[in-house]
Design a protein around this ligand. Sequence first.
Ligand SMILES: C[S@@+](CC[C@H](N)C(=O)[O-])C[C@H]1O[C@@H](n2cnc3c(N)ncnc32)[C@H](O)[C@@H]1O
Length: 379
Amino acid sequence: MAGCDCPGGCKPDTCSCNYDYRGLGLEWLEDSGFAYDQNGRVTRPNNIGITECNILCKCSMECQNRVVQRGREVKLQIFMTRECGWGLRTLEPIPKGTYIDSYLGLVITRAEAERREAEYRQSGLSYLFDLDFFEKSNENSMNCGMEKTLEALELIESPETPDSESAETQHPALLQKKRRRATRFGNSRKRRAKGPFTTGNGRGQRNQKEVEALSEYEEIGEFRVKQEKVPFGYEEVGQSSRTATRNHSVERTSEVSAAHNLERSTSTTPEDYRLRSYSLDSKDMGNVTRFSNHSCDPNLDIYSVVTGSHEIFTLALFANRDITAGSELTFSYSGTAGLERAKEKKKQLKNRKNKKGGEDTELFKCRCGTTKCVGYYWN
Ligand SMILES: C[S@@+](CC[C@H](N)C(=O)[O-])C[C@H]1O[C@@H](n2cnc3c(N)ncnc32)[C@H](O)[C@@H]1O
């Protein structure tokens, strides 16, 4: 993690936290200013990550490049909707581009998320959110923003110093690219661990008994990290692979599932790649955003925002249009680029319905009631 030291305050052209995408030849992103305007409203599309100034920067909290970390300012209310259970609405008008709040929850491995998803199907209520922004950027051509950034960054990365930890190589796009490159050149040092409960800290491997003997929590600086047994074990040799999220406040998540050995492993197969991803679960820990329902015509968009460590990004919700007081606040569970996937899912579910009686079809039936409703959502 690196901080900026801008004399006289941060300026988009000189602040090292603001990567100048225009300089990389990305004509599609005309605005090379900060991600936020003077009023703190987001100006970029949400298919590209935002890096805010952080705790190591010399600028104050008033800096134009700090919005999400200042927290929620909009008055919200949880209410009972007609069709979708509890929902979230605004008590005041919200101008387009305004930051609403961030989707918070317990960080768990993808494998654990899959286990919980099966459980949540019984109740029909799920609070899981996949942290797959970079994963989807790689595999989904619709998410061209990050893909183009990756291509452009490839041009400036120095081949002599691929492992340098400079500010530039700490950029999430580059971190991801480094991982991709490691995969491409087959220099992965990951190998499958011996047992299902084995964890590794990068310097050695712990057996199941040792894992059970570990204290439940570790205090690591400002982070509170919970060690968890993970159903799938991978050992990463030679790299520390700890992950954590900020303990923001009582309302915010204070626990983190640290599946040490899944983090930073370089993928060898699509299955490895999938399993090393993370998800958020806000069922037991989270904030008001956990009550935000899905809509096929949402008034909020989700942005991946880095406010500190690049290990875990924040899922920040911004208004994608002017919103009137009293309106329900919704986002697309399928992602901005996910409508096609939702339609595809609809087809698959219909086929399954013909074979099995259609329980799943009902489970993901969308009740957003908008004119753009595609009938089903997929989360
Ligand atoms: C993150 S929670 C949202 C809050 C939830 N409505 C509640 O009462 O706690 C997601 C769950 O809300 C319901 N839901 C959200 N959007 C929906 C929609 N468009 N159609 C049907 N159900 C929806 C589903 O049960 C889904 O699993």
